[in-house]
Ligand binder design. Structure first.
Ligand SMILES: Nc1nc2c(ncn2[C@@H]2O[C@H](COP(=O)(O)OP(=O)(O)O)[C@@H](O)[C@H]2O)c(=O)[nH]1
Ligand SMILES: [Mg+2]
Length: 252
């Protein structure tokens, strides 16, 4: 089996981190926590927990710069070390580690990017207020329409990439920092011809801690969406990432 690591950005997740790691351990594989010097001590707790968990790694960043910056740093760390599959997920158990197996299977079938999706058959959200559901759906549908992409869950952050696909999209040169990073990276994969599969999962609202979603992050998303539509990003070179024109949906 090729090697795999899942990149997990954290900011003030002290309560969720031990619960997340317990579940993650059941799914197996390695995990890289990317902590932006959380004031609540999440980074130090991760260091403590990593001492007797050889599969757990911790990357400390000096400042809170948003999800996109944390992912760029984590992906660079993993690519430098030669991991062949690189995942991404939140630390609050909204993304169930038990769904990773289905994502691995999709890579096994030839996908270069697997999108965990709330909005394909079998997926959903649990514990969200009506306004939160509406904001998420409107955001996803707007991103789909503006960028003319066929994936209904574009803003989700539960994904599994092959290293080849991440190199092909030149992930280190992406520009967004908030949740729109998810849209920008998937759009590049689509343009580059990476084979993209969607795997359903049910998003469960966090039990502890607070969402870092803010009006500023939503504004950044709206602004960058239009910038992305105008920019003519093209891959620099063809890598060996599997290529296919049509998206695939995997049944639960
Ligand atoms: N390193 C880092 N992690 C972040 C930052 N913002 C959010 N996160 C983490 O990204 C994940 C998703 O954030 P969350 O607030 O749960 O978003 P929501 O699920 O959309 O409400 C969580 O694991 C957060 O701790 C950031 O600026 N830096
Ligand atoms: Mg969350």
């Amino acid at each position: 089996m090729p090697s795999e690591i899942v990149v997990v950005p954290t900011y003030n997740e002290r309560e969720m981190l031990p619960l997340f790691l317990e579940e993650f351990a059941r799914a197996g594989g390695e995990c890289l926590i990317v902590d932006d010097s959380s004031p609540d001590g999440t980074g130090e707790l991760a260091d403590d927990l990593a001492r007797d968990r050889p599969w757990l790694h911790v990357l400390h960043r000096p400042d809170k710069e948003g999800l996109g910056a944390a992912y760029r740093a984590g992906f660079a760390w993993a690519l430098e070390r030669g991991y062949e599959r690189i995942g991404q997920m939140d630390c609050d158990l909204s993304h169930p580690p038990s769904a990773i197996a289905a994502m691995r299977a999709a890579v096994g079938r030839g996908a270069g990017l697997v999108l965990g999706s709330r909005y394909v058959a079998g997926g959903g959200t649990r514990g969200w207020s009506l306004p939160r559901r509406v904001i998420s759906r409107v955001g996803c549908v707007t991103a789909m329409r503006v960028l003319r992409l066929p994936y209904p869950d574009l803003t989700g952050g539960f994904k599994l990439w092959t290293a080849d696909a991440l190199r092909l999209i030149d992930v280190s040169t992406t520009v967004s920092n908030g949740y729109i990073f998810q849209v920008e990276s998937t759009r590049r994969a689509h343009i580059a011809g990476v084979r993209i599969e969607e795997v359903p999962f049910v998003f469960v609202e966090r039990l502890h801690g607070a969402s870092k979603m803010s009006p500023a992050i939503a504004r950044e998303g709206a602004r960058i969406l239009w910038t992305l539509r105008r920019d003519g990003w093209r891959p620099r070179r063809r890598g060996s990432a599997p290529v296919s024109a049509e998206p695939h949906i995997t049944s639960p």
